[in-house]
Design a protein around this ligand. Structure first.
Ligand code: AMP
Ligand code: MG
Length: 419
């Protein structure tokens, strides 16, 4: 069997010492495959889960031709080409209460939105354009055959897939599945993701800080990011930079489907963490041409995918969103896996940027008198988590680009729905 590291080194323009961000993203996605296993759960519990099977519509939706508006259902053939047509109101149909009879020549039926189009009728005129007098209405000319009628099966056809396997369920899908009367769905097993922070300087909240210590924030951002992706979370806490403690943590973590660690992958760091990762599994150490997030480890320990993220709090979030997010979606069975969307907007700030690496600066998309623009957050330090909190997007600047002058257009990746 070809090893992971051999596979990686065979890839085109693979240089672990300088890997483009897009290349790294692609390498990870090419290797990771969906997990097996599924379960049937109640529709209400399925938000955020991934469909394991197509959902087939057992009947047409809507089940009957019905009115899109409040007005009168009529026979188009009765309408005169020129001038008004008088029609007799033969009855009323409400949503959920149909008109029993069949429409005869010269007749119409008062109809409400969602009401079933009575037999014989084919067209609805809206009430606003009709003149009503006692039991008659007068319809102006120039109506269209079939107007304001929602056709049976227009939304979904009986026997055809309403939603395909691989879709991650959002509120719209919950409603769509309910609309065909289905209350249980087959969803993929959620990936189990173990994570821990490494560093002798880290203190857990609840203990007072000693000199030189910082509170472990990465585990909280990771917790939040993993929860948003609907992963099953195994929090292994803070692990000291000690070989025995780290080895035990990695062994325990490797029972999960994926491991996410923060810290310990930069070259200056205690080298034994890298050594340990390499000893326990097949792990590549990458220097990615990006900022923040240059050092990163990727590989396998046992049956588990390893993402060794840098320690800096902002770098953790950037590398998670650019690399780990899509890999976890693929593991979850999402198909197709889409990268975060990018939009191009004018940037009002001057941005310092060196060509030769991608940058993910923190930005705020805002509305400037009706025009959407982006500005940079006050601080751009990769340790400054408040910049992530202030931001609502990344400003993603292409590798080849240099400084950005105010007014130039830049790519933004909005956070909404992702963070
Ligand atoms: P490292 O990658 O381990 O060299 O860490 C880089 C920087 O990130 C150092 O300033 C660390 O103190 C900080 N850091 C590492 N891990 C954490 C964490 N879990 N929470 C907050 N800061 C961290
Ligand atoms: Mg460290």
């Amino acid at each position: 069997m070809t090893s992971l590291l051999q596979t990686l080194s065979c890839a085109d323009d693979y240089d672990p010492e300088s890997l483009g961000a897009e290349r790294a993203r692609q390498l990870i996605l090419d290797l990771v495959e969906p997990l097996s296993g599924s379960e049937r759960i109640a529709l209400r519990e399925s938000l955020g889960r991934v469909l394991a099977e197509d959902v087939i519509s057992p009947h047409d939706v809507p089940g009957h031709d019905n009115s899109a508006m409040d007005g009168y259902a009529l026979r188009f053939a009765d309408l005169a080409a020129e001038g008004e047509t008088a029609l007799r109101i033969a009855g009323t149909t409400f949503a959920g209460r149909a008109f029993a009879g069949r429409l005869g020549p010269g007749e119409c039926v008062r109809i409400m939105t969602g009401g079933v189009i009575p037999a014989g009728a084919d067209t609805v005129v809206i009430q606003e354009i009709v003149r009503a007098e006692d039991d008659r209405i007068f319809v102006p000319p120039k109506q269209r055959m079939g107007q304001n009628v929602r056709r049976a099966g227009e939304d979904l056809r009986a026997g055809s897939p309403a939603i395909r396997a691989g879709k991650r369920l959002r509120p719209a899908e919950l409603g769509l599945i309910a609309s065909i009367g289905i209350g249980e769905v087959a969803v993929r097993r959620r990936p189990r993701v173990a994570f821990f922070s490494t560093g002798d300087e880290l203190a857990s909240i609840g203990t007072p800080l000693k000199e030189g210590e910082v509170y472990d924030s990465n585990r909280y951002t990771l917790h939040g990011m993993l929860a948003r992706l609907d992963c099953e979370i195994v929090d292994l806490g803070v692990v000291r930079d000690e070989p025995a403690a780290l080895e035990a943590a990695f062994r325990q973590a490797s029972e999960a489907d994926a491991i996410v660690t923060s810290g310990g992958v930069s070259v200056g760091e205690a080298d034994f963490i890298r050594g340990l990762m390499a000893k326990l599994g097949e792990v590549a150490f990458w220097k990615i041409a990006m900022r923040p997030g240059r050092p990163m480890a990727f590989g396998r320990i046992g049956n588990s995918w390893l993402f060794g993220l840098p320690g800096n709090p902002v770098a953790v979030m950037v590398t998670f969103y650019e690399f780990v997010r899509e890999a976890l979606l693929r593991l979850s069975g999402v198909d197709p896996v889409e990268p975060l969307p990018r939009f191009r907007l004018p940037c009002v700030s001057a941005l310092k940027k060196r060509p030769g690496r991608s940058e993910f600066q923190r930005g705020v998309v805002f509305n400037d008198n009706g025009e959407w623009k982006v500005r940079a957050t006050a601080s751009q330090g990769s340790g400054v988590l408040s910049s992530m909190s202030e931001a609502n997007c990344f400003i993603a600047i292409e590798e080849a680009r240099g400084n950005v002058e105010p007014g130039e257009r830049v790519d933004v990746q909005p956070f909404d729905g992702m963070v």
